[in-house]
Design a protein around this ligand. Structure first.
Ligand SMILES: [Zn+2]
Length: 261
């Protein structure tokens, strides 16, 4: 299945078969129901950004931290909050088509501006996005961010983070097939990042990235590789206690799968 078989609605017809790897090397917010005393409207505010591609001022909906409490963290580090999912608001989109994670949005080289202009902006059809984002809105935006990252020749780490978040959003929709496709691509991008890029990148250090490769390769059925990554983490004295404990949990799940071989 193509990662981008539904891009034509953005006017980006020619990019369906694009490979996200470099050669060289998440409805109205359902979480709101869990905390009836506060709603998404209490957390939302508009943050100003200037688009590095077209120069326009963007008012991007963002979430105030604080009252949005952490409820749980899944084994692949997906977090669930009491009121709203911050992931839904962590992509900044300009009507010219340029779209990126909020941390990377302002940082474009002149050569990247040119690439985005030529491959995205020329044919982009603007979106009509509500301020309160649905999971489906966010999946569209993260796919646009992924296309932009490939076009601007961005880092594998950035592509991995975007793919992992798309997988999480499909998990929220209980769309297992699409979740699997994006988990597998996140795994490939993080692995490539570990092998070719200097970490930390975007708050992802060696331990966290190695753990994600371990848990994602486990979820994709690559048990031997997962076991190697867990061993690396457990032998490395720099691995912090939280990641070490998660690696030990994963080791328990892997034991019966490894001995079968
Ligand atoms: Zn723009």
């Amino acid at each position: 299945m193509s990662l981008f078989n539904d891009l034509s609605k953005f006017g980006l017809n020619n990019l369906d078969d694009m490979d996200i790897m470099e050669d060289k090397k998440p409805s109205t917010n359902t979480k709101a129901a869990q905390a009836p005393q506060l709603t998404i409207d209490d957390l939302l505010y508009l943050k100003k950004h200037s688009c590095p591609v077209c120069g326009k001022l963007i008012l991007h909906p963002a979430l105030r931290a604080g009252k949005n409490r952490l409820i749980r963290t899944d084994d692949d580090l997906k977090v669930t909050y009491s009121i709203a999912d911050p992931i839904l608001y962590d992509v900044v989109h300009c009507e010219c088509g340029y779209t990126a994670l909020s941390k990377t949005f302002p940082n474009l080289l002149p050569s990247q501006v040119k690439l985005v202009n030529e491959s995205i902006c020329k044919t982009f059809k603007s979106l009509n996005l509500p301020q309160v984002r649905t999971i489906e809105d966010s999946i569209d935006l993260y796919k646009l961010a992924l296309v932009n990252t490939v076009i601007k020749k961005g880092k594998n780490m950035e592509k991995g983070i975007i793919c992992l978040r798309i997988a999480w959003l499909y998990r929220d929709l209980q769309d297992i097939d699409n979740e699997k496709i994006y988990l597998e691509n996140a795994y490939k991008c993080f692995k490539q990042s570990l092998n070719t890029e200097t970490l930390p990148i975007l708050d992802m250090d060696f331990s966290r990235t190695t753990y994600l490769v371990a848990i994602l390769s486990y979820k994709c059925g690559y048990y031997d590789e997962s076991h190697r990554m867990v061993s690396t983490l457990l032998l490395d004295k720099r691995t912090n206690i939280k990641i070490r404990n998660r690696a030990l949990d994963l080791l328990e799940k892997l034991k019966p799968l490894i001995t079968k071989k």
